[in-house]
Design a protein around this ligand. Structure first.
Ligand code: TYD
Length: 139
């Protein structure tokens, strides 16, 4: 599985750093929603879902955390520890997040508003849906 890490250019000078996120430029979709996870407790593992259509980009704007991404075929671990890097998470991708540093702020940009009906929260159901998604996209 190809993990898509988007390099985000930092504009730095002696005052500090600045990164701009722009739809159609470094963010490959229209941004409808932004949310962020913080104060995540030690040992917590969260996520445990996939989306039917949602696309997202996750950025550890502070601190670090790990992701498991699973396309139904392969599981890959990714460390996010750089505010100048965005992890693209396409639809039909099971994700789990863990090993949050105490200071971690994980920001997520999404191309749709929150919609519970877009979630697949059951792993067995995800595997079934991912397989039929692969077959229908290959046609
Ligand atoms: P949840 O899906 O459990 O988060 P994660 O997948 O990261 O473990 O979401 C936590 C709560 O926040 C849940 O009650 C749904 C709510 N929520 C929103 O209201 N809007 C959002 O955009 C998101 C992502 C979650």
């Amino acid at each position: 599985m190809q993990i898509k890490l988007i390099p985000l250019q930092a504009h730095g000078d002696d005052r500090g750093s600045l990164i701009a996120l722009e739809e159609g430029k470094n963010i490959p979709f229209p941004v409808k929603r932004v949310y962020y996870l913080f104060n995540t407790k030690e040992g917590v593992r969260r996520g445990f879902h996939a989306h039917k259509t949602l696309k997202q980009v996750a950025i550890a704007v502070r601190g670090s955390c790990r992701f498991v991404l699973d396309d139904g075929n392969e599981r890959v671990e990714v460390l996010l520890d750089n505010p100048a890097q965005g992890l693209l998470i396409e639809s039909f991708m099971w994700r789990e997040m863990y090993d949050f540093s105490e200071d971690c702020v994980l920001m997520v940009l999404a191309d749709q508003l929150y919609d519970e009906s877009d979630y697949i929260r059951d792993y067995a159901q995800f595997i079934e849906a991912a397989n039929s998604h692969v077959h229908s996209s290959a046609q």
